[in-house]
Design a protein around this ligand. Sequence first.
Ligand code: SF4
Length: 239
Amino acid sequence: MAGYREGVAGLDIHGLQKLTLLDYPGRVACTVFLEGCDFRCPFCHNGELVEGTAPAALDDRALLSFLSKRRGLLDGVCITGGEPLLRPDLEPLLSAIKELGFLVKLDTNGTHPERLRSLVEGGAVDYVAMDIKNSPERYGETAGVPGLDLSPIRESAALLLSGAADYEFRTTVVKEFHDEESFRAIGPWLAGARRYYLQSFVDRDTVLRPGLHPCSRFELDAFIRLLRAWIPAAELRGD
Ligand code: SF4
């Protein structure tokens, strides 16, 4: 925690899952939730976080105190949201987490490529999981932001494709938004990606827009087969 001065970040943490074997591939980790998001994906499960109506669960000092007691028990810390990169002051907290000896995984929707680049190049992040919401044609609709400018998303994806950090791309597949045309457009865009996971939408009471549906296993397998023409590493997650 050396170098993390009182009040430098002052970040409220809106949720802490103390143990996860799923969120950080191949690692035992905890997951930290930060509020606020610039998207409104209709299939999002985290409405309270996105809208900023969830009460803070703890602050950054309490998080670091928790982590200092988990050294040797956890490998890594997943930072998720919401959209964590909405916080311009994330770097001191991530650096403090790394100083405690943890790996850091960052989840992002890709809307802040300059902040992503800064964290990656500064060594504050070990693994990035970036959402790819859909084909460029249906991106805004799927992110709940009609008319969305895709330039920042493309820039973040290009940064990861360049190998600047270890990474994965992932898409939550929803029947109302995704079809073969979606993946015919995403395939060439992310050609050669190191990892690309499709994960099936799961309905819950907290979904932003009720009434959405998952695709069938048959459809998901067909999307994976299609993607592998460009991305041999494409896989279905949650198999
Ligand atoms: S799914 Fe992710 S990017 Fe979309 S609204 Fe929810 S937190 Fe934001």
